[in-house]
Design a protein around this ligand. Sequence first.
Ligand code: CO
Length: 143
Amino acid sequence: MVKSMKLGRLNHVGVATPSIADSVRFYRDVMGAEVIREPFDLPAQGVKVCFVDTPNSQIELIEPLGEGSPIHGFLAKNPAGGQHHLCYEVPDIHEAKAWFEAKGAKVLGEPRIGAHGTLIFFVHPKDMGGVLTEIMETPREGH
Ligand code: CO
C-alpha cells in the first residue's frame, strides 16, 4: 500500500546560468540578496551550485561542470540561463518515489544525495505539468 504524497515546503527554485559569478552579482546588486552561500561542485550531477537565500526559500544557481553536464543542453536552448526546476520537500523520500511511480510518473533515477546533503530525485516534466520537479527529503534537525 503506497502512502499518499505529503507536499512539504518549497525548498528552492533551480536557475541555470552560464556563470554563477555573474548571477551572484545580479542577485546581490540588483535583487538585494544579502545571504549568498559559498559555491560548490556536485561532480556526481555534473553541476556547480550556489544558493542565494530569500526570506522564505532559496534560489539554486546551477552552472555546468564538465563536458557531460546535463546543463549544457539547457543552456544551448536558453543561452542566458533560466528557470530549470522547482524543489519540494517531503518527509520520506522512498515513500514519495513509490507514490510518483504508482501514479505512472517518470522518476529519473534512484534517490541520491543532493545539494543539501539529503536524498533527492527528479520527476520528468511531462508528468508534472511541464515543470522539472526535484523531490527532496526534509533535512533532519541538526543536519
Ligand atoms: Co535543485
